[in-house]
Design a binder for this molecule. Structure first.
Ligand code: 7PJ
Length: 297
């Protein structure tokens, strides 16, 4: 709640700021400042079976380091959704994900699971995941039902097409209007299925069936997406649109990612999905100090 202007009566008027809390399983995340979600991929392309244990302990260490660096949530993905990526089987996705989740039950921040499969959602929720991050916006048959009865948060993301082919020929009449209409519809469908509004997050899905021009148009108009109501998540970290602008390869996009993160927040994003948590928190501290005019944290 924000204290509004003082009225002639001497009382203050109060404005309710919608969705100031995100319900996330046993957690309640206050949305008074931008939140940072740290990305943890457990999608080993180069590990053989013998590497599994190493990979698991490395994943565990990385999650804990992201929390130390200031992550408010951790997003764990076991199915690569990069452009051109083929899907993984249910068995493979579960075998990558579940041991890591089980090992992180004591984590002090909510764990989100990046998946499109209802079976994975159910298993992850059973293992303590507090959020489901679905690049398909719960469109897979059974996905709405898999999360509805739980108390977990859900990120509904927009994607045109599917990862294998989405960057072949993205096409929109009005990208902002189309993404907004899609997300508004998915919010309505989710609510009708029993997922309360304060469990919902929406995401325009930067890079998912979008040209570089589409991505920047969405970034500039993020405020229109925010008008739908639920908090907006922005995932621009290290993405190829930033690489194209800056002329940088995947490992050299930190500066561009930080610029995009601050712009996203200034245009209405409430949650940033990033790889570089510490650097993003530093950048956000500069923004917060500027906006408060005090330079205090
Ligand atoms: C996003 C995501 C994103 C949400 C990925 C990458 C590709 N989930 N999963 N939003 N991106 N909600 O990290 O480059 O932008 S995977």
């Amino acid at each position: 709640m924000v204290k509004g202007p003082k009225l002639a009566s001497g009382l203050f008027s109060f404005t309710i700021v919608a969705h100031s809390v995100l319900r996330c399983g046993k957690f309640r995340l206050a949305l008074g400042r931008p939140l940072v979600m740290g990305v943890l991929n457990v999608t080993p392309d180069s590990f053989s079976d013998g590497g599994r244990y190493l990979e698991r302990s490395a994943a565990d260490a990385r999650a804990r380091r992201l929390v130390d660096e200031g992550a408010d949530l951790i997003d764990i993905g076991a199915e690569s959704s990069r452009p051109g990526a083929a899907g993984v089987s249910l068995e493979e996705e579960l075998s990558r994900l579940m041991p890591v989740l089980e090992g992180l039950r004591d984590l002090t921040v909510p764990i989100s699971v990046d998946t499109t499969k209802p079976e994975v959602m159910l298993a992850a929720i059973g293992a303590g995941a507090a959020m489901v991050n679905d690049i398909m916006g719960l469109r897979a048959p059974g996905a709405l039902g898999a999360v509805a009865a739980s108390g977990v948060a859900v990120c509904l993301m927009h994607m045109q097409g599917e990862p294998r082919t989405m960057q072949c020929e993205p096409r929109y009449g009005d990208v902002v209007a189309e993404v907004k209409a899609f997300l508004a519809e998915r919010v309505a469908v989710a609510e009708a299925a029993g997922i309360a509004r304060e469990r919902l997050v929406i995401d325009p899905g930067f890079g998912f069936g979008k040209t570089s021009g589409d991505n920047f148009e969405l970034l500039r108009n993020l405020g229109r997406i925010a008008e739908i109501g639920p908090p907006v998540m922005a995932g621009l970290s290290r993405k190829s649109s930033l690489g194209a602008i800056a002329g940088r390869g995947p490992g050299e996009r930190l500066a561009a990612s930080l610029a995009a993160a601050l712009l996203a927040v200034q245009h209405g994003a409430r949650i940033l999905r990033v790889h570089d948590v510490r650097a993003t928190r530093d950048a956000l501290a500069v923004l917060a100090a500027t906006e408060s005019g005090r330079g205090e944290q």
